[in-house]
Design a binder for this molecule. Structure first.
Ligand code: PLP
Length: 393
């Protein structure tokens, strides 16, 4: 079972007790969960993992839930790692894979984070949860809250994709559409949560969503027989998936499962909202608020990620980069991926394909390198964005 040991402030390193409800640290930093990896290393063998559940919960020793009865699972994780032969051939790349997170419950990798966060809410006695969301996190929260019998309060921009709105309503959540961005939604949750008795499950403002998302890194290593690719492309909104994978790699090294070599981490953003790219290019440690954020890739419309310093650190330390593509190139690549691979990706996944093309052209990536792209969601969640491409006369 879990080897959770304590929580640690990502800014100051100060320790916090596990098994209690926390949001941010006193210094305002996200809290990271730490495990007794030495004990895990001795008691756990990676050869046993395939005997575990066919979900991300096969990694339970490095997830925070103490009592397995508290796990709320809808079958999240263990998504396919698809070898893209036809796209690879077009790009001249023999070693190109896509990890297809669109296969998850509620059609995006947000299911991983919310499965873990809601399980911890059950363990710690939370009854009411609230979330500001660009869309997919809300859908996942609503689904897991429904499965756990918790009350869910959701705040989304009023132009959120229709799929997210309908899903949340169907799952029985209380939905408020806000005239603004996810940052405005976050402010409303922060203002109201104490009076309403809500636990705030905003990205990185609680410690457990990142733990669920980090399993994308564990699974990749398992699926690649305990090796990692040369390069990873990740569509970066709040950046939690990227931060989580980076954490998973360190944990796996401590477990003795992989060596010290890391993939170059590429944070992919869009031209209409690229705070991380700007900070990367200016050599800054933190990003600044991106004004007038706009893109059809709802998951990437995050004007100021809370964990920006962790994203930038992983991109820099790994020798990776941050890059923005246009909405048009992103949607073109989404359709191309569908045509060539039979995979109907979220625009966010298309953004990574477009970014790969740019970095091949610039010489940052060599054709023979092994590359994994994360398609973080299903195209089925984005009917409005794709309908523009295929008007029904
Ligand atoms: C939320 C979301 C993202 C961004 O995820 P982060 O890990 O927070 O950067 C990317 N793609 C999709 C489809 C999303 O829903």
């Amino acid at each position: 079972m879990t080897t959770v040991s304590y929580l640690e402030c990502s800014l100051t390193g100060k320790r916090y007790e596990a098994g209690k409800l926390w949001n941010l640290s006193e210094a305002g930093g996200p809290l990271l969960v730490r495990y007794d990896l030495e004990t895990a290393r001795q008691a756990w063998n990676r050869e046993w993992i395939p005997n575990g559940p066919s979900s991300m919960w096969r990694y339970a020793p490095v997830l925070p839930v103490r009592n397995p009865a508290h796990i709320v699972s809808l079958g999240e994780g263990m998504t396919p790692l698809v070898k893209t032969d036809r796209l690879g051939e077009r790009l001249g790349m023999p070693k190109l894979w896509i990890k297809d997170e669109g296969i998850n419950p509620t059609g995006s990798f947000k299911a991983r984070g919310l499965s873990c966060a809601i399980s911890m809410c059950v363990e710690l006695g939370v009854k009411k949860v609230a979330i500001p969301s660009a869309g997919n996190a809300a859908s996942a929260l609503a689904a897991y809250a429904a499965a756990a019998g918790l009350e869910a309060h959701i705040f989304m921009p009023k132009d959120v994709p229709q799929s997210n709105y309908i899903e949340c309503k169907s799952f029985g959540a209380n939905v408020t559409l806000v005239d603004g961005l996810i940052s405005d939604c976050g402010r409303i949750v922060a203002e109201r949560k104490d009076a309403e008795g809500w636990f705030d499950v905003s990205t990185l403002k609680e410690p457990y969503r990142i733990e669920g998302k980090k399993t994308m890194g564990y699974e990749l290593a398992e699926q690649m027989r305990w090796t990692l690719p040369d390069v990873i492309f990740y569509p970066c909104g709040g950046g939690v998936g990227l931060i989580g994978m980076w954490k998973a790699f360190d944990e796996m090294e401590a477990l003795g499962w992989i060596g010290s070599k890391r993939p170059r981490m590429i944070a992919v953003q869009v031209e209409g909202c690229q705070p991380v790219v700007r900070a990367f290019e200016q050599g800054d440690e933190r990003s600044t608020f991106w004004d007038n954020a706009h893109t059809v890739a709802a998951g990437l419309r995050v004007p100021k990620p809370l964990g920006d310093f962790l994203i930038l650190d992983a991109c820099r330390k790994s020798g990776g980069t941050a890059i923005a593509v246009s909405d048009e190139a992103m949607m073109d690549a989404g359709v191309e991926l569908a045509e060539l691979e039979g995979m109907f990706a979220a625009p966010e996944g298309g953004a990574c394909v477009a970014a790969l093309r740019n970095l091949l052209a610039s010489g940052f990536i060599q054709k023979e390198e092994s590359v994994v792209i994360y398609n973080t969601g299903s195209g089925l969640k984005y009917m409005e964005a794709y309908s523009d491409r295929f008007p029904r006369s």
